[in-house]
Design a protein around this ligand. Structure first.
Ligand code: ZN
Length: 266
């Protein structure tokens, strides 16, 4: 009997509930606005230059690359990675600051190279001491902690404008970078790198030490882990390209040798 009473009471409450709740009628304007909001909610917002385009492991496929001679200089056959998303996030934001400060002072900077694969480093090493004195794994480019830039005037790279380089170099040094324009044996004014100590051997194994300013990046470890995976995929890709290129060069050299040797062929 008591059970039956409870069930009846529950049914009464259930059917009478709309009487207790008060619905607030929506004005036609508010309704239209909410419709608009729903319409635009899934719209893709335009990307800004400093946002990493894709967060997947294969995101490196979309990184901006620069082909040889694009900035008027011979920089080897392997494409250069010129995407800011390929840099260590803490370092990348400093680079962006440098680009912004230079832009405020009327200096336009273009990014020539950011992350560099060990194969690309090897290619520079083979190209001679004019390019690098550092072997694969020993340049901070291999850890996203170095960048090469060039100033442009009316779209023309200013490689020999020493006055302009000095201005940019001083801006970079104020931000805490080590500037290649100070190096005597390989004057490299377009090169800026993280100046603090880093254990390269640990970084080669994917262990990133906290850099100055890292504490302001709550997701840094996860970002670095993803970045490291992308670097490794890219390394593999460029290693293959590099080997193919070496084979091509070796073949060309042997053809030249054969054709120049006396009485080689009949
Ligand atoms: Zn460099």
């Amino acid at each position: 009997m008591r059970k039956l009473f409870m069930i009846c009471w529950a049914l009464v409450l259930f059917f009478a509930s709309p009487l207790f709740s008060q619905s607030i009628p929506m004005s036609p304007e508010a309704f239209k606005e909410s419709e608009n909001f729903v319409d635009h909610f899934d719209e893709v917002l335009p990307l800004r230059a400093w946002e990493i385009r894709e967060d997947s492991i294969r995101g490196w496929l979309h990184w901006r690359t620069v082909e040889n001679f694009y900035y008027g200089k011979d920089r080897g056959n392997l494409p250069m990675i010129a995407d800011l998303g390929a840099l260590h996030p803490v370092f990348r934001d400093k680079v962006l600051e440098m680009i912004r400060i230079c832009a405020d002072r009327g200096i336009q900077l273009d990014v020539v190279e950011t992350y560099r694969t060990p194969s690309k480093q090897m290619e520079y090493k083979r190209m001679g001491r004019r390019y690098t004195r550092t072997g694969p794994g020993y340049s901070r480019h291999q850890y996203g902690l170095a960048v090469d830039i060039v100033p442009l005037i009316n779209g023309v790279p200013q490689w020999n404008n020493y006055q302009l380089w000095r201005k940019i170099g001083l801006i970079g040094e104020k931000l805490g970078f080590r500037w290649g324009g100070r190096w005597r044996y390989l004057y490299d004014p377009g090169h800026f790198e993280y100046a603090g100590y880093v254990d390269l051997r640990k970084m080669a194994n994917g262990e990133f030490p906290p850099l100055a300013g890292s504490n302001q990046y709550p997701c840094l470890n996860e970002d670095l882990r993803q970045l490291y995976v992308k670097w490794k995929s890219l390394d593999l890709h460029q290693t293959n390209l590099y080997q193919e290129d070496r084979i091509r060069i070796a073949r060309k050299e042997s053809i030249l040798r054969e054709s120049s040797s006396p009485g080689g062929k009949e």
